[in-house]
Design a protein around this ligand. Structure first.
Ligand code: GN1
Ligand code: MG
Length: 359
């Protein structure tokens, strides 16, 4: 593998010899490697998962549009804020294909910063909210039509429900956990279209979104503790910013993280929620409408439910989408997200009050 990786890396303009290549991060979809160069430079080498991203050239075209749009604005931004650079091949391509048609790209490494799997404290939560708000503010001047819809149906909850309904149960639903998941979904079916219906009524507008602003995609400066970048830009596409706000809340407000083996310990932390919303509104409050604010609670509840549904449906079909460590991994992940959905539901009044208070 090392030789193959070195061969792929050599097809980009590296400018120095490769010292080491090693696996990086814990993405559920793509394969990511850290390339260390002899001159001390570092790069991120990634292979897009072609089963998930069937049009990798469109993902890369989006990344280019986004990079050029953001890079043009960075000079006007206060404080440190970065967008991972796209390192081209000597022929000027943003990506290269391997012998199996796998799509690889080489991105800049954000130095002096790190991402966490769980939120550490309220200051971190505030930075997570600020990062997403800043991202939304910066892309708000980018016409959504300039971005390809690289994953049609991504975050469209009714589509995940239909996909789940179409799964032929091959006898995997016998366990207590899976029966609980089935019942959980059955009791919340009417929740699925909430955001899409608001969009159809014209209450919510399609804008460019990040698509995956979970805590582990928010880079925090080791020096200042401030957020300095939002990484993992593959899912940037036209959509509802509520998918992002909901995803940021579901990921950041669960102090034990989405990979916990102890679903009973899952909670939705209201102090983190307050800090995230305050940070978010500080950056993006200027362009949120009253209707946008009204749907924030629904977004948090729905995206937690949706991710549980996605994990559960994938577990039922034998882990075709999300990488899984063992045969029960996606079931455990589903239980965690459904537990989180319950915790969010229990705090509906408090979350709605927070949004009102901060508006
Ligand atoms: C996947 O691959 P990764 O870890 O960046 C998924 C997200 C989920 C997330 C949950 C393209 O993201 O939608 O919220 O797992 N990405 C895709 O951790 O489906
Ligand atoms: Mg991602």
């Amino acid at each position: 593998m090392d030789e193959k990786l070195r061969g792929i890396a050599a097809r980009f303009g590296l400018g120095a010899e490769v010292a080491e290549i090693r696996p990086m991060g814990a993405g559920n979809v793509n394969d990511t490697f850290l390339v260390s160069l002899q001159d001390g430079g570092r790069r991120v080498l990634q292979r897009l998962n072609s089963r998930v991203f069937q049009r990798p050239e469109q993902v890369m075209a989006n990344l280019r549009v986004l990079y050029d749009h953001l890079a043009g604005q960075l000079g006007r931004e206060e404080g440190r804020w970065e967008v991972p650079a796209i390192h081209c091949s000597p022929e000027g391509g943003d990506y290269v294909l391997d012998s199996d048609e796998g799509c690889w790209r080489l991105l800049g490494f954000i130095e002096g910063a790190k991402a966490y799997d769980t939120v550490q404290d309220t200051a971190h939560a505030r930075e997570a909210g600020r990062a997403l708000g800043r991202f939304h503010r910066l892309v708000s001047s980018l016409a959504p039509a300039r971005l390809h819809d690289i994953l049609p149906g991504f975050h469209v909850t009714p589509a995940y429900l239909s996909a789940y309904d179409a799964v032929v149960d091959e006898g995997r639903s016998g366990s207590t956990d899976s029966r609980w998941c089935r019942r959980f979904i059955a009791e919340r079916r009417e929740l699925a279209p909430a955001l899409e219906e608001a969009r159809a009524r014209g209450e919510l507008q399609v804008r460019p979104i990040h698509g995956d602003p979970k805590v582990s995609n928010i880079m925090i400066s080791e020096e200042t503790g401030r957020a300095v970048a939002l990484i993992d830009l593959d899912t940037v596409k036209p959509g509802l910013i509520h998918y992002d706000i909901g995803d940021c809340l579901r990921s950041c407000c669960n102090p034990v993280g989405e990979e916990t083996g102890d679903p009973a310990a899952v909670r939705f932390d209201l102090d983190f929620c307050r800090a995230i919303l305050a940070g978010y509104l500080e950056e993006a409050g200027g362009f949120l409408t009253a209707a946008d604010r009204q749907h924030i609670f629904t977004a948090a509840r729905l995206i937690a439910f949706e991710l549980g549904l996605r994990f559960f449906a994938d577990w039922l079909v034998g882990d075709r989408y999300f990488k899984a460590r063992d045969r029960q991994h996606n079931l455990r992940r589903a239980v965690v997200q459904f537990r989180l959905t319950e915790e969010i539901e229990l705090r509906e009044e408090a979350i709605r009050a927070l949004v009102a208070e901060l508006s």
